[in-house]
Design a protein around this ligand. Structure first.
Ligand code: SF4
Length: 158
């Protein structure tokens, strides 16, 4: 059953809701679970032409948000961020150039690379370190035996 669902997905067919639900019921430490992980890697490699990309995230500003959604750390009511902070253009350019020098392929956020790059990224506000550096992302991908793209993103590059 699981084998059939995996084959269906690898053949680029949409899975039905009940098929997806059945995959969630597969025991973690089982042969079928390993098959799902292997298939997931195949799908990722197929979608990215076998190359991993690191897209760095650069925060330009942060401020308490008056919309006040209860779950959100930006909401005024949650008092995580109490003042407006904005980095300068020069600082933004310097950080973006550093991302590029470190090997980032683009400036969006796929594998989360933002440590130290966001105005809200302070030890006081975030209980230590948020996100990963570009170099950390590359190291993690390479440890997982991904080839990491050098140069501009194939998705967003020129
Ligand atoms: S989710 Fe957060 S940032 Fe977005 S509107 Fe709600 S409070 Fe504001």
């Amino acid at each position: 059953m699981v084998r059939d669902i995996i084959k269906k997905s690898l053949d680029r067919n949409m899975l039905a809701e009940e098929e997806i639900a059945s995959l969630f019921k597969v025991p973690l430490f089982s042969e079928e679970s390993a098959m799902i992980i292997s298939a997931s890697r195949k799908k990722s490699e197929s979608a990215s032409n076998g190359l991993a990309e690191v897209h760095a995230q650069l925060g330009l500003n942060v401020a308490p948000c008056p919309k006040n959604c209860a779950f959100c750390s930006f909401a005024v009511r949650n008092k995580v961020f109490t003042e407006k902070i904005e980095i300068s253009v020069d600082e933004a350019v310097q950080k973006a150039r550093q991302f590029e020098a470190d090997g980032a392929n683009a400036g969006a956020n796929l594998l989360w690379a933002e440590a130290g790059s966001n105005p809200r990224d302070t030890e006081k506000e975030t209980e230590g370190k948020r996100g990963m550096t570009v170099r950390d992302c590359i190291r993690v991908l390479e440890e997982a035996e991904w080839k990491v793209l050098q140069g501009p993103s194939k998705f967003y590059g020129a």
